[in-house]
Design a protein around this ligand. Structure first.
Ligand code: ADP
Ligand code: MG
Length: 325
């Protein structure tokens, strides 16, 4: 095991070892570059002679305070990524940092502390998030057992969280007496008990109908805006992804594109929502061109690039066309 140099400014993080190839475009990222930083994450599942490359060099950068949705087809690697970020699984290669911590170099003990107070996690299955024989309040109090807060402060925080997320009325109910949406909001309160920096939710609304899903999503928004927690939520729900500023699409174990939404107000005071889609540009300068665009223009194998003052033109390979004629 080699000693890694300390990350700049990061608490307990370390910068990645020197890459074998020089990174031509910019500096290697470190844990100080964002709240969630993934650098070429690879996760290979192997067993019984077959190998699945669930993550294939995934890069991701999420700033502190962002609320980001992650979308992608089934099997694209979303849960694999979330489990790594939650400290439940380790990547085969590459590095992930959350809140300045390098997840690859954490000890088992660091990992426990990480899951208790740095990253809160919410599963899709409502039954997996809460202890069934405890009330909502007891569930929220449970992770605070080891905190330095006194009993009274803990109870006050539990009450505050349940109230802020709109489920004060469920404080003394066990999960079987709560709706699916109320259970997920209690799960969010529980995940927030120890003031984590990040909240990770893997399809938290997947088992709910759309109006209940909206309540759960509002609770995630509240966690983000009122408590300042950085939120990353995997969702299939287009209604959810249209409400967040940033949506990242993951495809075949890599981030492939992202959509940024912003509202603009014109001179008459009318507010409109604008969405703009971007392709991901990786550190080696690679961009994935959407298949619909390349197919229409007959682009294969190679394209011609033309540098313009304010953009780069991408053209079909004209030499190949001449060769064919
Ligand atoms: P998503 O959450 O986007 O649906 P996953 O991250 O669960 O995707 O899975 C990505 C790929 O890895 C899939 O092909 C899946 O079958 C495979 N996979 C996930 N978990 C395991 C595992 N524990 N063992 C083997 N293959 C796995
Ligand atoms: Mg999944």
């Amino acid at each position: 095991m080699t000693e890694l140099p300390k990350a700049r400014g990061g608490s307990g993080g370390s910068s990645p070892p020197e890459a074998a190839e020089p990174a031509p475009h910019d500096q290697l990222p470190t844990g100080a570059d964002g709240m969630i930083v993934c650098d070429r994450l690879v996760r290979i599942y192997s067993g019984e002679g077959i190998e699945v490359q669930a993550l294939q060099g995934l890069d991701l950068l999420i700033a502190e305070g962002e609320l980001t949705a992650l979308i992608g087809a089934a099997g694209s690697g979303k849960s694999t990524l979330m489990n790594i970020l939650a400290g439940l699984d380790a990547p085969t290669a590459g590095t992930a940092w959350v809140a300045g911590r390098n997840l690859s170099t954490m000890t088992a003990r660091d990992r426990l502390a990480y899951r208790r107070s740095v990253a809160g996690f919410i599963w899709q299955q409502t039954s997996r998030n809460l202890l069934p024989y405890m009330t909502a309040r007891q569930n929220v109090l449970l992770p605070m057992r080891l905190s330095s807060l006194g009993l009274r402060e803990r109870r006050r925080r539990a009450g505050y969280l349940l109230g802020t997320l709109g489920i004060a009325h469920c404080a003394d109910r066990t999960p079987d007496r709560m709706s699916g949406g109320e259970q997920q909001r209690a799960a969010i309160a529980t995940a927030l008990a120890n003031q984590p920096k990040v909240l990770l939710a893997d399809e938290p609304t997947g088992e709910l109908d759309s109006s209940t899903a909206q309540d759960v999503f509002s609770a995630l928004q509240t966690a983000n805006t009122e408590l300042g927690v950085t939120v990353l939520v995997v969702t299939h729900d287009p209604a959810v992804s249209s409400e967040v500023r940033r949506t990242i699409a993951i495809r075949d174990g890599k981030t492939s594109s992202e959509t940024i939404r912003h509202t603009a107000t014109d001179e008459r005071g009318t507010t409109t929502l604008h969405a703009r889609e971007y392709a991901t540009l990786d550190r080696a300068g690679r961009v994935q061109l959407p298949r619909e665009m390349t197919r229409r223009l007959g682009m294969r194998n190679r394209v011609e690039l033309q540098e313009e003052p304010d953009h780069i033109g991408v053209w079909p390979d004209q030499a190949a066309d001449h060769e064919r004629q």
